[in-house]
Design a protein around this ligand. Structure first.
Ligand code: URA
Length: 261
């Protein structure tokens, strides 16, 4: 229903009924078997934990509220989830695709620490083998949002890249600010659209703007990843080695193993 203040206001103004009885006058204890109505409308109990995936459209900020009133993803989650859950990671305003909402700390850690993120990059012009190889091996990009004293460059961890219609697919295990855009720019790609197709084993819902609960199997598969970056780095290195072997690319001395250190 909303914040505590809104709930109290609804209770005090007699808008809440439990099994047909005005809740304020009759101080009723409520459990899951009760039929609760607010302003005459049936209220559906929420799951005890929020674990959802949303297909974010372009134009929404990845924040639950915006002090300037700009459209944000918080506008699309049920009001009762406000202040309770948040998006895991961030998609830029113009990026579309998979965004998980949760209030579960372990799930949050698994997604940010260990889950892969698969992006589809629509680009202008062809994609060269050299560009694919650079994206897979890791590219040097500038650090964002650090103090001037710490400003410097870092090399992204290995990823997996392959051509697809309109551009390429890139799977990475990191999630730094605007990372994919900065990687694309660093290798000279002209990105026209960025879409996140999947978070770990979870595909983005097909329809734009759709929010759905994760299934038990999906939640379990995320938990299985655990919070570890080391494991995910090992997997990255292995994938990179396989990919290079498949595509006749040479990962270069120590490159694939580098992520294991
Ligand atoms: N990387 C980006 O550059 N932007 C996004 O929205 C997500 C990942």
């Amino acid at each position: 229903m909303g914040t505590r203040a809104r709930v109290r206001e609804a209770l005090e103004s007699g808008r809440v009924e439990v099994d047909g009885v005005d809740l304020v006058r009759d101080r009723t204890l409520v459990d899951a078997t009760c039929r609760v109505r607010v302003d005459g409308l049936q209220v559906t109990p929420l799951p005890s934990e929020v674990m959802c995936i949303y297909h974010k459209p372009a134009g929404l900020l990845t924040t639950m509220t915006d002090p300037f009133g700009r459209a944000c993803v918080g506008d699309v989650v049920p009001p009762a989830w406000q202040g309770r859950c948040g998006p895991v990671g961030r998609l830029d305003k113009e990026t579309t695709g998979a965004l998980v909402f949760t209030d579960d700390g372990a799930l949050h850690a698994a997604i940010t620490g260990a889950a892969s993120k698969r992006y589809r990059l629509t680009v202008q012009g062809p994609v060269s083998d050299e560009q694919l190889r650079s994206l897979e091996e890791g590219v040097e990009i500038t650090r964002a949002r650090v103090s001037e004293a710490l400003r410097g460059r870092f090399t992204t961890a290995p990823g997996v890249a392959e051509r697809c219609e309109g551009g390429l697919r890139l799977t990475i295990w990191e999630g730094r600010n605007r990372q994919v855009r900065r990687m694309a720019r660093a290798v000279g790609l002209r990105l026209t659209h960025l879409h996140r197709e999947a978070v770990g084993p979870i595909d983005c819902p097909l329809e734009v703007g759709t929010l759905r609960e994760l299934t038990e199997a999906e939640v379990a598969s995320l938990h299985e990843l655990g919070p570890s970056r080391v494991e995910s780095d090992a997997r990255t290195a292995q994938l990179l080695t396989e990919r290079c072997a498949r595509g006749g690319l040479d990962p270069g001395p120590g490159q694939a193993g580098q992520a294991l250190e």
